[in-house]
Design a protein around this ligand. Structure first.
Ligand SMILES: Nc1nc2c(ncn2[C@@H]2O[C@H](COP(=O)(O)OP(=O)(O)OP(=O)(O)O)[C@@H](O)[C@H]2O)c(=O)[nH]1
Length: 196
């Protein structure tokens, strides 16, 4: 098994005034650095899915993949799956760039849930609901995902449901807390500083 992680950072950050979310400082470090800390130990290699100038991510040591056409988070998943096929990886684990509290057992739990799923797809879930952008995708799904996006559809949950995704259920309701607004950012900052 060879698993690539992809951090989805191709969004527009509209609720944060169009900021480049990946680089917004959180407790003194760019948001993406927090996600990398959590994801890197759990996968063989991390990729960053982002459009625009890739040199802004030089310091993170990850390959940056642009979207073929920006159509939501699944565009980034497709770019990662395409590279994973070329590089003989078996799976991609996707995660948004704005979830800095990912669980340390994210990937093992997704793999466990995928074992029980008919097409080997699994997404993260907790008491607050599903978190479909945080999911495990086998590389064999790349053609189906390309076809799905070509229809103009973009909803992650719809694609995951069409491929009968299993659920990895996480007990900590804060693990997938995502930062969309300045208020979310301040609350996360307080949490990190409080825990330090
Ligand atoms: N590669 C890629 N990632 C995306 C795209 N749209 C959103 N994402 C990522 O998917 C995750 C969830 O995105 P949203 O919260 O819906 O969008 P956002 O850009 O973060 O914020 P808003 O513009 O305020 O909705 C974030 O990590 C985004 O960076 C896209 O078109 N391409």
């Amino acid at each position: 098994m060879r698993i690539f992680g992809v951090i989805l950072a191709g969004g527009q950050g509209r609720r944060l005034g169009g900021a480049d979310k990946a680089l917004i400082p959180l407790a003194g470090r760019p948001l993406i650095a927090h996600v990398l800390d959590r994801l890197e130990p759990q996968v063989d290699r991390v990729l960053i899915s982002a459009n625009g100038d890739p040199s802004r991510f030089t310091g993170f040591g990850c390959r940056v993949l642009p979207d073929a056409r920006p159509q939501g988070p699944l565009s980034g998943v497709l770019a990662a799956l395409t590279l994973a096929v070329e590089m003989e990886a078996t799976h991609v684990v996707s995660t948004p760039v704005d979830t800095p509290f990912l669980p340390g057992d994210l990937v093992p739990q997704l793999l466990l849930a995928a074992e029980g799923a008919p097409e080997g797809v699994a997404l993260a879930s907790d008491a607050t609901g599903d978190h479909p952008a945080t999911a495990l995708w086998p590389v064999g799904l790349a053609p189906a995902l390309a076809d799905f996006l070509a229809t103009g559809e973009a909803r992650v949950l719809r694609f995951a449901e069409a491929h009968r995704a299993g659920r990895a259920r996480f007990p900590d309701p804060g693990a997938f807390r995502n930062l969309n607004t300045p208020e979310d950012l301040s609350a996360a900052e307080a949490l990190i500083r409080g825990a330090a």
